[in-house]
Design a protein. Structure first.
Length: 279
C-alpha cells in the first residue's frame, strides 16, 4: 500500500486499551536525509544530529525503543550488505539494526546512488543572473536518467531485504525534495528560475514517483515531502530546507530544524493508528 499524506498537526496514535499496549520499537535507516548533519556533527562518525527527523518522530509516536543507524553518504548497499567507512571506522550494514519484531522502520535512501547532489550542482550559476541552462545540457539529462535507474534498483533491493528481515513491520519510505521552489535566488540557490523548475519537475518529481512505485511494490508507506512543504524552500522567507549555500548550522541541500519538525509530523500522519498495539 502506498500512502501520500498532507502537512498538519500530527495526530495522536490511537490509544490502546489496557492490556493491549506493547512496546513500540522504531529503527531509522538511511543517508544524510535521515542523519541531518550540522556543522557541529559533520565530522563525527555518521554525522547524525539529535534534531534529525527520526529522533523527533520517535518522541512524537512515543516509541519505547528507538535506534537510528542513518549515515551520511550511505548508499543502498550500506543498508543491505556493505559496511560503510566513516571517520570513526567501519559501520556494519544498517539492516543489522532491524529485528524480526521491529514495529516501525523509516528509510531515506537512494540519493547517493542517484548522485542527485552532484547532478543538481550542474545548474549552479557562478554569477548572479547567469543561466547555466542545465535543463538543455545533454550530459546533465543523461546523468539524470542514469541516476534514476540506479535509484530504483537501490531502493528496490533495500526494501526487499528489510521486508524479508521484518515481515510484519510498518516500513515508511521518506520522499525527497523541499529545497527547490519555482525560482532561484542568490546565493542560497544560485540558478535560473527555469533550471530550478527543471530540477524540481524534471528530476525530483520523477525521483519521488519511483520511490512511491517501489514502496507500493513492497507494501511500504510512501511519505510525500516535496509536494507538502510548498512555500518553504531555500528561497523562502520561512525556509525549512537549506539550499546550495546554507544559512543555518544544517548543511546545504538538507532540511533545517523546521524541516525536520515538518518531516516528523508528515511521517506521524502516515502511520497506522494502531501502531504499537497487538494486532
Amino acid at each position: 500500500m502506498s500512502v501520500v499524506v498532507g502537512l498538519g498537526a500530527a495526530p495522536a496514535l490511537a490509544a490502546p486499551s489496557a492490556g493491549e499496549r506493547r512496546s513500540l520499537s522504531y529503527v531509522a535507516l538511511g543517508d544524510s536525509r535521515a542523519a541531518s548533519p550540522t556543522t557541529l556533527t559533520q565530522f563525527q562518525g555518521c554525522s547524525r544530529s539529535e534534531t534529525a527527523y527520526p529522533n523527533l518522530l520517535a518522541k512524537t509516536i512515543a516509541a519505547t525503543s528507538f535506534r537510528t543507524v542513518a549515515c551520511v553518504g550511505a548508499r543502498g548497499e550500506n543498508i543491505t550488505t556493505a559496511p560503510q567507512l566513516r571517520f570513526d571506522g567501519f559501520h556494519p550494514p544498517q539492516i543489522e539494526a532491524v529485528r524480526p519484531d521491529t514495529d516501525l522502520i523509516t528509510i531515506s535512501i537512494g540519493a547517493n546512488d542517484a548522485n542527485w547532489g552532484n547532478l543538481s550542482r550542474w545548474c549552479i550559476a557562478p554569477i548572479q543572473g547567469m543561466d547555466s541552462r542545465c535543463r538543455t545540457n545533454p550530459f546533465y539529462v543523461t546523468g539524470i536518467n542514469d541516476g534514476l535507474r540506479a535509484l530504483e534498483a537501490s531502493v528496490d533491493s533495500s526494501l526487499e531485504a528489510v521486508r524479508k528481515r521484518a515481515p510484519k513491520a510498518v516500513i515508511a519510505v521518506i520522499g525527497q525534495g523541499g529545497y527547490f521552489g519555482d525560482r532561484g535566488c542568490y546565493p542560497a540557490n544560485p540558478a535560473s528560475d527555469a533550471d530550478i523548475r527543471f530540477i524540481r519537475n524534471g528530476f525530483l518529481a520523477r525521483y519521488n514517483t519511483i520511490l512511491e512505485k517501489v514502496s507500493g511494490r513492497h507494501g511500504a508507506v510512501f511519505v510525500d515531502i516535496q509536494n507538502r512543504v510548498v512555500g518553504h524552500d531555500a528561497c523562502s522567507g520561512d525556509k525549512w530546507f537549506e539550499g546550495f549555500v546554507p544559512t543555518s548550522i544544517y548543511l546545504g541541500f538538507h532540511q533545517n530544524l523546521k524541516g525536520n519538525e515538518a518531516m516528523a509530523r508528515l511521517i506521524a500522519e502516515a502511520l497506522p493508528e494502531d501502531l504499537g498495539t497487538s494486532r
